[in-house]
Write a protein that binds this ligand. Structure first.
Ligand code: B3K
Ligand code: ZN
Length: 894
């Protein structure tokens, strides 16, 4: 497949002020008539061909200014339709009639069928599966859309913008006309047709306008959409308060789809969501699902400004909207968690969110940055853009925005956002345009400084390592801190000779000092005493001397995770233990516990390998015991402190990666910690019992449930007497899904022989609710007792279908990502290859995601390495591979 380069960008030679689309909707075959009003862009030479993209379409006719064109008046190639427009330099109209086949469309890109409804997904390049069009984000048009369909099958006909009229037709069908007042690129087009339940409410915007918010769901699920509607209203008001951004539409719709490739899509005024991010009630959704809905509803709503009003010039700029919008949704979630709490508790609530976000980054993005798919947040090239909706573009992109927020401060960042919209509202722009706006504020406030070094975050792949050394001079009462940064070649860069230059980045490193008793030692900084200061490293190394430090300090580093880097420190186990108990920065404290656990786990793996004695657990054990008993901590925060690093992170730290050894070490450590803290866990479990009040997903009560489920998990892991009975009782008495799934999962993880009863009960109760059934499948596929034969048995059940992405994720992805002990076997490798190919025949975008599970094969120990490599080869050699999967596996094997 050809590689597309960022440097090759050329503007589209024609403008497209207006588009009219007419759909004759039917599942088997939908007829699309388009009328595209073009005009040459300034400077376009007469005779410049007009090129439109189209995929999997049947062409019926092409017209130019109303005149049907003969077959030799246009060229139809594989995926394009081109013609030479009249050379008079004036506007002209292209009319196209084409057919597409929604019912056969298993890719879920373009127009497709889900259940008995019709949905679209156009980002990034799905619109070309609907009709021929200049399918690129910098062509922005005003859309008018007429939908016609059988009212019995499709009583509701939705598209972007405002409903202009609705009417019955003489042939018994009905039609709806929608007009979107805002120009938009075609990736933001959407239509939905079908029968739905709907709840709605009106909100008054800051300027006093009434706007209608609606959430559509499958019939019978109306009551499960109330939380999503609340979240939508919260998002609307939050964006007004925090960013001064008001909804620019009279009507904002969210529609839940059962079959959806990812989380949701920000189509203008008509967001289409994976039902998993819309539907919730206490009986069916976990606390985490409630928070997930809040985050995704917020994310898509915030795109209305960061993405839709100001969009991307080309797809290399994806992080322009995604990194920024992830940052915005993270802040929204944090503000929602902290709302109404007193300051100390609010800080802890925000820290919990930060911990979860950093955990995601380390779990998904750090490995990406160390593998064959490593790319800068603004990639330089791709073969298939669908493969670049990555943790790097999204999550690392959000970290790069967050660093700008750190450097500018809340006020400065807000001023930079205002400036960005002042300059670019209504345009399709680049990441550079965003940084320019931010820099204009930064330069005002920090004379003589600019973002020229900072911009390298957009250019460089790889996770930088920052080495920290410190020296305390008691005579001078001074602490000298030296920082050194380096960034190894990332992924395929290692193959280049010479390897690419990686100049230093601008890294804000937030630090604090504590004394041996754990007290914060203020730092004299810019004329005042501060607990936390930000060292700005802009060169390969830098030294800071902090004065007036009365005693030797322990360094609390990377507070709040102020930069997406890996630290290399000379901190001892004792230093870490002190930070783990006393660091006043809740993020850094959590990180110290994690680091202690990581060091212990790697030592266990090493001991297993060398046959030496197992390392003592005492330090970690005492840190945990203290954290569990510390009544000043919120249960939500305790649940993070007391979580062992995820198995995948432990595997990823190995040099080489040794999944089986990591599973053994991780399992043994969990058992030992559970057993030795059994009394404390039991006390916590009892103390955290539900108070019997009505369920609410608020951070306090969900924190209690999280810690209680963790207690149960530890009691089962440690085989505490009575633990199984406790889990069975929790399952039976559960008053919400967080409790029932917590019990079921803990049983499946640690006492599978006792899980049969609850499993059968769960299935009987929830067999007709697809999202809940996904939980049932997922809990089993991720359990250590689920072998390849086990996962195949799940797939043989009548409830299973590879076509539904949520089900495929619950079973196949869950097994391949969260069950390393069973994946890393000869049968596991076969299974992965077979599933990648089976999925690829249906849905290349989803298959490509699964194919990424073997990215880091080359970092594994020899046996796993050989097995994974052979499986990758088998995939690469298979006939008819999609461009999506081919790009991933060919880069993995390069
Ligand atoms: N913008 C969409 C992602 C579309 C991905 C298509 N392959 C969802 C989001 O980030 O909000
Ligand atoms: Zn997004």
């Amino acid at each position: 497949a050809p590689t597309i380069f960022r440097q090759d960008y050329v503007p589209y030679p024609y403008r497209l002020p207006r588009v009219r689309l007419e759909f004759d909707l039917a599942a088997e075959s939908t007829r699309v008539r388009s009328e595209l009003r073009f005009e040459p862009a300034p400077g376009t030479a007469p005779g410049t061909p007009l090129v439109l993209q189209g995929e999997d379409l049947e062409l019926v006719e092409v017209r130019l200014d109303g005149r049907p064109l003969a077959a030799d008046e246009y060229q139809l190639a594989d995926d394009t339709l081109s013609l030479v427009p009249p050379g008079h330099g004036k506007p002209f109209t292209i009319g196209i009639v084409s057919l597409c086949r929604p019912a056969e469309n298993t890719t879920l890109m373009g127009l497709y069928v889900s259940g008995d409804k019709l949905f679209t997904q156009c980002e990034a390049q799905g619109f070309r599966r609907i009709t021929w069009f200049p399918d690129r984000p910098d062509v922005m048009a005003r859309f008018e859309v007429l939908l016609r369909a059988d009212p019995a099958a499709y009583p509701l006909l939705l598209s972007n913008g405002n409903l202009i009229e609705q009417a019955g037709l003489p042939d018994g069908r009905h039609q709806a006309l929608w007009r979107d007042p805002h120009p938009k690129p075609c990736y933001l087009f959407a239509l939905v047709a079908g029968d739905f339940d709907c709840i709605e409410r009106t909100e008054t915007t800051r300027s006093g306008r009434e706007v209608l918010l609606q959430v559509y769901s499958d019939k019978g699920y109306r009551e499960q959409t109330r939380w999503a509607l609340d979240c939508l209203a919260n998002a609307l008001h939050w964006d007004e308060r925090r960013f001064g951004l008001e909804l620019d539409l009279d009507r904002f719709m969210v529609v839940a789809a059962r079959d959806f490739n990812m989380g949701a899509m920000e189509n203008k005024g008509l967001n289409i969501f994976n039902a998993a991010y819309v539907l919730a009630d206490p009986a069916t959704a976990t606390d985490a699902a409630y928070r997930g809905i809040e985050a995704v509803i917020g994310h898509e709503y915030f795109h209305n400004w960061t993405g839709n009003r100001v969009t991307c010039r080309d797809w290399f700029q994806l992080s322009l909207k995604e990194g920024l919008t992830v940052f915005r949704d993270q802040e929204f979630s944090a503000d929602m968690l902290a709302a109404g709490l007193p300051p100390a508790e609010a800080a802890s609530a925000r820290a919990v969110k930060r911990i979860d976000d950093v955990h995601t980054l380390r779990l998904a993005q750090f490995p990406e940055d160390a593998g064959p798919m490593a790319h800068p947040i603004r990639p330089d090239s791709y073969q298939e853009i669908g493969n670049f909706y990555t943790a790097t573009v999204y999550e690392k992109g959000a970290e790069v925005i967050r660093m700008q927020h750190t450097l500018l401060g809340e006020d400065g960042f807000r001023a930079g956002m205002d400036e960005y919209f002042r300059r670019h509202d209504g345009q399709a722009v680049t990441c550079d345009d965003f940084v320019d706006a931010m820099e204009s504020i930064y330069a005002q406030r920090h004379p003589g400084q600019d973002f020229s070094v900072f911009r390298r975050w957009y250019e460089q792949a790889g996770t930088p390592r920052v080495r920290v050394r410190s020296h305390y001079d008691p005579a001078a009462r001074a602490c000298r801190i030296t920082l050194e940064q380096r960034c190894a070649p990332a992924g395929l860069e290692a193959r280049q000779s010479p390897p690419p230059e990686k100049p230093p980045l601008h890294i804000p490193l937030a630090i604090g000092l504590i004394d041996a008793d754990g007290r914060s030692m203020p730092i004299q900084w810019e004329g005042e005493a501060r607990d936390t200061v930000v060292l700005e490293l802009r060169e390969a190394s830098g030294t800071w001397t902090l004065t007036d430090i009365p005693r030797a300090p322990v360094l609390s580093l990377l507070r709040g995770f102020s930069a997406p880097v890996i630290l290399e420190t000379d901190r001892t186990a004792d230093d870490l233990a002190l930070l783990a108990r006393r660091d006043p920065d809740p993020f850094a404290r959590w990180d110290a516990v994690q680091e202690t656990a990581h060091r212990h786990l790697q030592a266990c793996i090493e001991a297993g390998r060398s046959g030496g004695p197992q390392p003592a657990l005492d330090t970690l054990l005492e840190i945990w015991r203290a954290a569990l008993k510390d009544e000043r901590l919120s249960p939500a925060y305790q649940a993070r402190l007391l979580a062992l690093p995820a198995l995948r992170e432990v595997i990823d730290r190995g040099e080489p990666m040794d999944p089986q050894a990591a599973v053994a070490a991780w399992t043994r450590t969990r058992q030992a910690l559970g057993a030795r803290l059994a009394d404390a866990w039991r006390a916590a479990y009892d103390a955290l019992a539900d108070d019997g009040g009505p369920y609410s997903p608020d951070p306090v009560s969900s924190g209690r449930r999280a810690l209680r489920n963790l207690a149960l998990d530890n009691l089962l892991a440690g085989q505490a007497p009575g633990a199984v009975e406790l889990a069975l009782a929790q399952y039976r008495q559960a008053r919400n899904m967080t409790e029932s799934l917590g019990a079921l999962t803990a049983l499946l993880q640690h006492a599978p022989q006792d899980a049969a009863g609850p499993l059968a009960d769960f299935h009987a109760r929830w067999r007709d609710d697809p999202l809940v059934l996904d939980r049932w499948f997922g809990a089993q596929a991720g359990a250590p007792g689920c072998t390849v034969a086990g996962v195949r048995a799940l797939m043989a059940l009548p409830d299973f279908s590879l076509r539904n992405p949520n089900r495929a994720r619950a079973v196949v992805f869950r097994f391949c990502l969260d069950n390393p002990g069973n994946l890393h076997t000869p049968e596991g490798y076969d299974f992965w290859a077979e599933q990648v190919l089976a999925l690829d025949a249906l849905n290349p975008e989803v298959a490509a995601r699964l194919s990424r599970a073997f990215d880091n094969w080359a970092r594994h120990e020899p046996v796993a390495r050989a097995g994974m490599q052979a499986a990758l080869r088998r995939v690469l050699d298979a006939p008819g591979l999609s461009r999506n999967v081919r790009e991933i596996v060919s880069k993995a094997l390069a």
